[in-house]
Ligand binder design. Sequence first.
Ligand SMILES: Cc1cc2nc3c(=O)[nH]c(=O)nc-3n(C[C@H](O)[C@H](O)[C@H](O)COP(=O)(O)O)c2cc1C
Length: 283
Amino acid sequence: MTDAPAAIALAPLWDARFGEAAPADLPETVPPALARILSRRTMRRLKPDPVPDGLLSVLLACAQSAPAKSDLQQYSILVVRDPAKRREIASWLPAQPWVAEAPVFLVFLGDMRRGRQLGELRGKPNANDNVDSFMNAAVDAALAMETFLLAAEAAGLGCCCISMVRNHIDALAELLGLPDGVFPIAGFCLGWPAAEGRVSMRLPPAAVVHVDRYDDTRLPEVIEAYDRRRHARAPVAPGSQRQTERYGVAEYCPWSENVARQLSVPERAGFRDFLARHAIRLG
Ligand SMILES: Cc1cc2nc3c(=O)[nH]c(=O)nc-3n(C[C@H](O)[C@H](O)[C@H](O)COP(=O)(O)O)c2cc1C
């Protein structure tokens, strides 16, 4: 008989994640698997050491173990192995050197093409070429990506999702030969961590979790307190402040200010056009 894995104290995990004390009615300890999730962090500094192919295949199988809407499995995962293609993608993102450095780079794709092909193979029309299918494919791809990430982190690997590849979506689609009906949701760096990384403080559950009825009436005060907690522990460095050419460098630039700055300018305004050109209708 094997011993049950040791339970881990929740209080320090909660403090790191939320910057506040865990509510008194929570359990004092959690199983190691939950502790790992509560303390997870994105890893951008990765060692060049290879990830064994066998391990990568198991992680990809874990990704495919994610739930998928109606079992339609509307996603694909592209492993970018060709060094020339890796260099090309990295050259678009010089401010994100981890894209070049990661020993493994993947692209997670929403895939509406396979369903269309199944219709052709079975001699049936596809009456669901619409925005609902687009969202289902995006959600399937995101769940596969997250399941891959949790599996990789459980194996001791570090991960960083890369939505910035969508800033170069036409070049990416061309480079990777993405056919109609297939769209990237994010790139993905994988490798062995070269640093500790750090836990990024989240909004308090009070801002995110609603009971019985959506209620954000306390949002301003909840955000104000979160901003201060987060700034005290990990202030936004002047170099990480968004849109400084428009709004200047602020002495106090809390999370909500930086988010508002980011959302004040359109990001990837061409995405809808890309989808239209790749036969993805949003009707
Ligand atoms: C869909 C998605 C896209 C992301 N894109 C990028 C990216 O392009 N570059 C990057 O360095 N981090 C990227 N991230 C990582 C986030 O910045 C990170 O998850 C967030 O800051 C919270 O930090 P944590 O994961 O360490 O808790 C992305 C994360 C997600 C989920």
